[in-house]
Each structure stands twice: as structure tokens, then as C-alpha cells.
Design a protein around this ligand. Sequence first.
Ligand code: ZN
Length: 158
Amino acid sequence: MGKRIQYRMTLKRAADHEAAHAVLAEAYDSTVTLVVVRQTKKTKQWVGFNRTKGGRMDHPVPSSVVSYAGSVAETLWHGESRENVSGGDYKMLVAMGMPDQAMTARWPHMAHAWPLLWRLTAGEVRRHAKEIRRVSAALRRRKRLTGDQVRALIAKAR
Ligand SMILES: [Zn+2]
């Protein structure tokens, strides 16, 4: 998550980010095995990661939406700019074929770099907001959730 962090990465924000990845991965038939948030010793920023397996993640559309979901949740709920995608997610999205922002910056008429992916992902994050908030709240308490815990929380939120 190294790219252009200009803000405090709070626990709430990191948990919303990881919960969005996890809930959408499950929505696309992927199996979450672990979700973690932790605070770095040096900078005191909260960071996190997800582990998943299987599902439709080999398809570019669901995998792009899942990869973008964490940063989209930050934009929708924490006032982050749409252009600010966390480092690891950004690298994955460019590797999947999303245009690099260095290239899209040549077309200033574009509201932001990835308008179609934004619409798809923001729609999915909003549609699954209740589930994401429930997983995020549990992640803030426990800092670590197994796949079974994530699925139980999603089931309760429905
Ligand atoms: Zn992420």
C-alpha cells in the first residue's frame, strides 16, 4: 500500500478497505481464507491484506472489481480521491490491463482514469454496503478473521 499515502490510514479506513475486497471476492464465488489488519510499528498507519482462492478471479471483470473495491470504499466512505488507488491494488489493476494513470493524464477531459471500472465497482460496493460494514466492524474488533467468520458475518448481514 505504498503509493502516495497522503493521509492517516486509520483502523476504520483499513478495515473498510479490506472488508470491501473480502465481501466482493465472496460475491464472485471466490473463497476468502484470511483477512488481517495491523498497525505498522514505524508509521502507525493501519494496513491489511486478504487471502482468497478459486472463484471467478481468473476473469478480468470480477478480478478488477475485487481489486478496485478497497480503494472505492475509501472514496465513497472516507473522502479519498478516485485517483488514489492503494499501491498493491494499483499494480495489479495495471497488470490486468487498466491504463496507467501516467498515460491517461494526457487526456484531461477524462473525469478520472477508470470511469467504467469506477461505475461497476462503486455499484457493487454500494449494493454490498451492509455486508462490508458488518465485516469491517468485526475486523476492527478482532484484527483477524478466518474465511468461515467472514462468511458467517455476510450471512447475518443479508
Ligand atoms: Zn487493497
